[in-house]
Design a protein around this ligand. Structure first.
Ligand SMILES: [Zn+2]
Length: 282
């Protein structure tokens, strides 16, 4: 078995940063054998500038939207951003596929080895088949109107089935609700059985208006629904924060990646900790 030895200015072992006196040893397959003091490492040590580190994980990516980089104005607030994304004109497929490849190249250059990727179509499949990175595919569902739940689910299920044919996809595939303000109870019910023993993800409390909607049925989301001509007279506020209103719908999941959390409050985090303890005890 041939071994390789590396050292650098620093060595991050995933828990702590070690100094240049430590040497990382890997076997011929790239598996890490051990980290030893340079004094005991023998010779043939390859020396690098900078930090040696485990590969990075990009736990939230929208690879299929790579072609939209720099297209949507910044600092307009979430509502106008979401509106911008959903109303963008059609792009030629070649342009989209090119941007997907370039974005993947960029991730590899930046040391990323695994990606949690949000999917609303199947355009990333051809790139993922090259298996240059490990992907966990989150098939995103959205639909705020209860009457479109089944149609939206059926469409996403087609994508789900297409991704399930990728190698290793069985366990790296799950539905993901887009956000609390864009998934109806009816749609939640259709996807919840698929969470069992899987990791899923949701955009959470990205703006203060999310809590406004669930607590008081007010705020900027009401403007968004009006702008999109969505009749949301069916929606009853829960009187609780956004995450506390929907978290129990995720109780089936093994793990949940809450994304953004810009406006999450301390008592929301306490609530989630208690809920996850209860789920683990079941
Ligand atoms: Zn996102």
């Amino acid at each position: 078995m041939s071994y390789q030895k590396f050292k650098a200015d620093y060595l991050f072992d995933g828990y702590q940063i070690l100094n240049h006196q430590y040497v990382l040893i890997i076997d011929g397959k790239g598996k890490i054998i051990e980290i030893v003091d340079e004094k005991n490492a023998g010779d043939d040590i390859q020396i690098f500038n900078g930090i040696l580190s485990p590969g990075f994980i990009n736990c939230h990516c929208h690879l299929e939207l790579s072609h939209m980089k720099n297209l949507i104005p910044e600092k307009t607030g979430l509502v106008d951003f979401v509106f911008g994304v959903v109303t963008q004109r059609h792009f030629p497929e070649e342009e989209i596929l090119d941007a997907i490849k370039n974005a993947e190249d960029e991730m590899i250059t930046n040391g990323i080895v695994a990606v949690g990727d949000i999917c609303n179509n199947t355009l990333t499949i051809s790139q993922k088949l090259k298996q240059r990175l490990v992907y966990y595919n989150f098939i995103e569902v959205s639909g705020w109107l209860p009457q479109i739940a089944q149609t939206r689910f059926n469409r996403s299920k087609e994508y789900y089935d297409a991704f399930s044919r990728l190698p290793t996809s069985d366990f790296r595939l799950c539905f993901a609700p887009h956000a609390p303000y864009s998934v109806s109870d009816e749609l939640w019910k259709l996807i919840a059985p698929f969470f069992k023993n899987k990791t899923t993800t949701i955009h959470n409390q990205e703006t203060i208006f999310e809590d406004d909607l669930f607590i008081h049925r007010s705020g900027d989301f009401t403007r968004m629904y009006e702008k999109m001509n969505i009749d949301f007279s069916f929606f009853k506020p829960t009187g609780k924060s956004s995450v506390q209103s929907y978290a129990d719908k995720l109780s089936n999941a093994k793990q949940v990646i809450f994304v953004h959390n810009t406006f999450i409050k301390e008592n929301d985090i306490e609530f989630l900790n208690i809920q996850s303890l209860q789920n683990n005890q079941q």
